[in-house]
Design a protein around this ligand. Structure first.
Ligand SMILES: Cc1cc2nc3c(=O)[nH]c(=O)nc-3n(C[C@H](O)[C@H](O)[C@H](O)COP(=O)(O)OP(=O)(O)OC[C@H]3O[C@@H](n4cnc5c(N)ncnc54)[C@H](O)[C@@H]3O)c2cc1C
Length: 460
């Protein structure tokens, strides 16, 4: 390994290889502090060419690579194992905005740029890059691509997969696949970029991407409204879609337990109380007052227990802050068994009601905190105990997961809507995923990475 590290230093410079525990620490523990890895080193290459040479060197020495972006994965996807033999390759030095093409509405940038940097670059050019996550200050474009990230504007703009026109990828043999043309149509064979989107770094290292840009919306209308149940929330979603079409940009829900978590950690932000809160946002290129009036008029014909329509940008940001603070407030609130699930939107009421009843029957006193992107059928569904004595909740994790995932799959859903599979859900994926689909994915992995050196120990 000494020779390997010496040769690596020759390729990317000794200053860009971290081996001291104090230096590697930020890269070895996952965001939820559930997985602690022990890497051989952390490598910080500075260009696509350096990444390609690094990958060839790793192959020659049979050193496994764990690609890492902002290390915000919630399922241990970017954490190495404890063997001390895996090399973390972090792309934070690759963060150039390569080109903004406003004639064709495309943004080409290095994969190590943060999502926020991508949004800011688009904004500076008078455009919108619409992917929006609470982790956007840290997560990187490469990580967003590799997890097919979603967030709060999928309803209108789609996931990262739908926002991507081209990729540059260093393959496991060190070749560079460069497809950054930005074409919106191209039927010359398979769309290879799709292989790497959502692959969680197991098929190659993404070094750059060409992304779609959109017009900046001139107007927003945003409301936080209390409703009496998830059934009403979904009925509203359908009615809003019918009335406003794709001007409906976000439709988020927050259940009562989640409101209480927010109240504990952000009492000043949290004036609401309802069985469910719905955060609605409309946007378009027209007049803000008109759009606001349309939403107010629509709401005035509904039965709502509590609610507010933002009257200006400050109020709008305050409503969004509530939504964005949920993950951190939950972290402060203590451990819970987390699920990132999705079902068809019409099945959300059945999921919420039936799953809660089944969990309560087997684990009396269980507490469910549910919130998320109901407009996409995606709930973050987090389970903990309220009764004393059950301190080690994770003893029951497998039984809790089986109840939740059985309900999800019975309703035609998925166990990983937008956060990926990583280490956390790999055994569950093997249980629920179509075996033909899994076998095909493994054949592709074998063809591209026969030595199994790209992010081993994850789900492929
Ligand atoms: C507070 C909070 C809120 C969140 N909200 C959302 C949300 O609303 N929607 C959502 O979708 N996710 C959300 N997430 C999850 C997470 O932020 C996303 O999955 C994000 O896309 C991960 O990006 P990252 O750069 O941190 O990737 P990492 O965590 O570093 O890595 C994730 C995976 O991508 C791989 N990878 C990283 N970079 C590359 C690369 N260049 N080439 C190949 N593989 C690579 C890694 O090996 C790993 O498998 C949230 C997380 C937090 C902490």
């Amino acid at each position: 390994m000494h020779t390997f590290l010496q040769q690596l230093a020759g390729l990317i410079g000794p200053a860009h290889i971290l081996t001291e525990p104090a230096d590697t620490a930020p890269y070895t523990l996952d965001w939820r502090r559930r997985y602690q890895g022990a890497p051989l080193a952390v490598a910080l290459p500075g260009s696509t060419a350096e990444v390609a040479e690094l990958v060839k060197l790793c192959r020659a020495h049979q050193v496994a690579i764990v690609p890492q972006g902002g290390n915000t994965s919630t399922c241990g996807a970017a954490t190495p194992d404890g063997s001390g033999r895996q090399l973390i390759v972090a792309l934070r030095r690759l963060r150039q905005i390569r080109q903004i093409d406003t004639d064709n509405d495309t943004l080409t940038l290095d994969a190590g740029a943060t999502l926020q940097e991508a949004q800011q670059a688009a904004e500076a050019a008078g455009r919108l890059f619409p992917l929006s996550l609470a982790s956007q200050g840290s997560c990187q474009i490469g990580g967003n691509l590799s997890t097919n990230a979603g967030g709060v504007a999928v309803l209108r703009y789609g996931t990262m997969r739908e926002l991507t026109l081209g990729l540059e990828v260093v393959l496991p043999d060190g070749r560079i696949l460069s497809q950054l043309s930005g074409l919106r149509k191209d039927t010359t064979g398979l769309d290879l970029k799709q292989l790497f989107i959502g692959a969680e770094g197991q098929l190659g290292l993404i070094t750059a991407a060409t992304l779609k840009l959109f017009p900046q919306p001139a107007a927003h209308a945003t409301a936080m409204v209390g409703v009496d149940g998830i059934e009403t929330a979904i009925a509203w979603l359908n009615a809003l879609r019918a009335r406003f079409g794709d001007r409906l940009t976000a439709f988020e829900v927050i259940d009562r337990n989640c409101q209480q978590v927010l109240l504990r950690h952000h009492p000043k932000l949290m004036p609401f109380s309802a069985p469910w809160l719905v955060l609605i946002e409309l946007s378009d290129g027209g007049d803000a007052a008109l759009l606001n009036d349309s939403l107010v008029e629509w709401l005035s014909r509904r039965d709502m227990s509590d609610g507010v329509v933002a009257q200006n940008e400050t109020e709008r940001r305050k409503l969004w802050r509530l939504r964005e603070e949920i993950s951190e407030s939950q972290r402060l609130d203590g451990p819970s068994i987390k699920h990132d699930i999705a079902v068809p939107t019409s099945a959300l009421p059945a999921l919420v009601n039936d799953c809660a009843a089944a969990l309560e029957a087997d684990f009396p006193g269980i507490r469910i905190v549910a919130f998320g992107h109901a407009g996409d059928g995606n709930l973050h569904y987090n389970v903990s105990y309220t009764r004393p004595g059950n301190v080690d909740l994770f003893d029951d994790e497998a039984a809790v997961n089986a109840i939740v995932y059985d309900h999800v799959y019975r309703l035609g859903g998925t166990l990983a809507a937008e956060h990926g599979v990583g280490q956390l859900k790999k055994d569950w994926l093997a249980r629920y995923k179509d075996p033909v689909a899994l076998a095909l994915m493994r054949q592709l992995k074998q063809a591209l990475d026969p030595d199994g050196l790209m992010n081993p120990g994850k789900w492929l």
